[in-house]
Design a protein around this ligand. Structure first.
Ligand SMILES: [Fe+2]
Length: 212
């Protein structure tokens, strides 16, 4: 996170599809949001313990199985609420995608306690994350913004964009979300995607081959 914002994050790469799970925390209280616990809950739990964090919420950037497969482990262990956009709640039953779920070791998610919507502020200690609705990769894809940082899920990657060929995907929506909602953020904004390395708004605006 940007120095001085009072929030920090730690990335934990989990599962066969190398999903970036992020622990986003308030430096003052150590309260933390767990974004996209997709697999390998023991790895996430041990990082939480190492950093002496206190989970207060689980958040999903979207409902794909590699992002939600360990929701249940984190929700049950820390007894915290789960938030996801209403349009992606139908994806939380991974038994609907049985082969991929077995491959990834994903489990059915509990139902959400909170439906995320554009403009919501999610409290994390004395700080908060702002929700932006960025459909396209899935209808319920969201990003989380705080202090010069965007957690972009699978909408925008370093040098790439999210696929739109899966059920509910839309290239038209994805392009509009990226151009109108993400590239309009300050150019120094750091983008932390759901897979792969981080980037910035400026870098993607000038060199992303899908957008130039
Ligand atoms: Fe995805």
């Amino acid at each position: 996170m940007t120095p001085g914002t009072g929030m920090k994050h730690e990335m934990v790469v989990v599962g066969a599809l190398e999903t970036n799970c992020y622990l986003v925390y308030c430096e003052e209280t150590r309260d933390c949001a767990v974004i996209d616990p997709g697999a390998e809950p023991e790895k996430i739990v041990s990082t939480i313990a190492d950093l002496e964090l206190k989970p207060v919420v689980v958040l999903n950037t979207h409902g794909h199985v590699d992002h939600i497969g360990a929701n249940i482990d984190i929700v049950q262990k820390y007894r915290v609420p789960l938030g996801i956009h209403a349009a992606d709640t139908g994806m939380l039953q991974v038994s609907d995608y049985i082969e991929l779920s077995l491959l990834l070791g994903a489990k059915n998610s509990p139902p959400p306690d909170r439906l995320l919507a554009e403009g919501d502020e999610i409290a994390v200690g004395r700080k908060s994350l702002r929700v932006i609705h960025i459909p396209g990769h899935t209808p319920g894809s969201v990003g989380f913004v705080h202090g010069g940082v965007l957690f972009s899920g699978d909408t925008l990657f370093c040098g790439g964009v999210g696929r739109t060929d899966l059920p509910g995907g839309s290239w038209k929506d994805l392009e509009r979300s990226i151009r109108d909602r993400i590239l309009s953020l300050p150019e120094e904004t750091i983008v932390l995607p759901g897979h792969g390395p981080h980037t910035t708004v400026e870098q993607e605006r000038s060199s992303n081959p899908f957008l130039t």
